[in-house]
Design a protein around this ligand. Structure first.
Ligand SMILES: Cc1ncc(COP(=O)(O)O)c(C=O)c1O
Length: 354
């Protein structure tokens, strides 16, 4: 098949992650899967909570008519109601079902947001190192990414951001907690960024949107609290999912949301068919998903504490190591500084899983 030059170049550019994934598989085969923690692709290695599987089975057995048919672009009302309640408690704002659109994962949410925002040639600022799909998402909708370096600790460099803002800037895309660095951007830095975007927007006469990609928002360790992104800047759009905290990336359960009733929300709803896959249809799922979150994230914390007690390096906040049986590792090797594969040379004793 003769693929387009653009797709060919994109495939070549993206293949290094796959190569690292393959290197991880090769290490597992050589050293044993219980000794290699592979952080190359964002596939959680815990199974989803039992309650999620039960809810799934209930949803499949639900005899209500229409559950497998077309539905509103934004997704079924009762699913959105349940998720609006979840957003309201998380972001301390009064979200209603009209304020969110169900999507096919955070990736679907980001694509809908960028589709709603971008005209050809508009710029989207992203911060390095970044989730490698971002440039593809911007390109899907005619946008260009402008990459801004972070500071030596991978925190936002606001001066670099200021220098990168241009009359073509339509959006600034941030990801906190961050993949791959694990950094969480503090409130004061986000607040200053909000002021910067407001000033720049006033100067050039166009709104610069802040797109917050937060699929890791509930996976926080060491008492860290994620600043409320809706308090930082009024023109904020949220993309999130349950892929990571419920270990269900294959189910594609995500959403995008904005709190202020800007005209943009109608555009998001209109475009939501882009993300129309699977879970949008399963109305009963929303509530159990929300109920599960708290306990499940505690389990991830216990798992991380177990591993950090045994390795010599501080783990970034995001990393969620496996609870596969594994005893006191003696050597930890970081194969890549930014997308590590941890290789544990030792033998095994893990805490029991409940
Ligand atoms: C930073 C970031 N954003 C978005 C995504 C996509 O998430 P989802 O699987 O929910 O589409 C990922 C997945 O790894 C990610 O790491």
């Amino acid at each position: 098949m003769s693929v387009s030059r653009k797709i060919k170049a994109a495939m070549e550019g993206a293949s290094w992650i796959r190569r690292m994934f393959e290197e991880g598989a090769e290490l597992k085969a050589r050293l044993g899967p219980e000794r290699v923690f592979d952080f190359t692709l964002g596939n959680p290695d815990l199974e989803p909570p039992l309650r999620f599987k039960e809810a799934l089975a209930e949803a499949v057995r639900d005899p209500s008519p229409g559950l497998h048919g077309y539905m509103f672009n934004a997704g079924f009302l009762n699913t959105r109601e349940a998720l609006a309640g979840h957003l309201s408690s998380m972001y301390r704002r009064d979200f209603g079902p009209q304020d969110l659109v169900l999507t096919s994962g955070a990736a679907g949410a980001l694509n809908i947001i960028l589709k709603a925002l971008l005209d050809p040639g508009d710029e989207v600022i992203i911060f390095a190192p970044f989730f490698p799909d971002y440039p593809f998402y911007a390109d899907n909708h005619g946008g260009l990414v402008r990459v801004v370096e972070t500071d030596p600790t991978f925190q936002l460099d606001l001066e670099a951001l200021q220098n990168a803002l241009s009359p073509r800037t339509k959006a600034v895309l941030i990801n906190s907690p961050n993949n791959p660095t694990g950094q969480v951007y503090p409130e004061n830095s986000l607040g200053k960024m909000g002021e910067l975007l407001q000033e720049h927007g006033n100067k050039v006469g166009r709104v610069v949107y802040l797109v917050a990609d937060e699929p890791y928002s509930r996976i926080l360790y060491d008492g860290l609290v994620l600043p409320n992104i809706f308090e930082v800047y009024p023109h904020t759009l949220l993309a999130t999912s349950f892929s990571k905290d419920l270990s269900i990336p294959g189910e594609r359960l995500g959403l995008c949301s904005q709190w202020l009733a800007l005209p943009l929300s109608r555009a998001l709803q209109g475009l939501a068919t882009v993300g129309a896959l699977r879970w949008k249809n399963l109305a009963p799922l929303g509530r159990p998903v929300c109920q599960d979150l708290a306990n499940w994230v505690d389990r991830l914390r216990a798992q991380r504490a177990w591993l950090t007690a045994r390795v010599a390096i501080p783990l970034p906040a995001k990393l969620v190591p496996s609870l596969a049986p594994c005893q006191a590792p003696q050597v930890v090797e970081l194969r890549r500084p930014r997308l590590p594969i941890l290789e544990l040379h030792s033998a095994p004793q893990a805490p029991p899983l409940q």
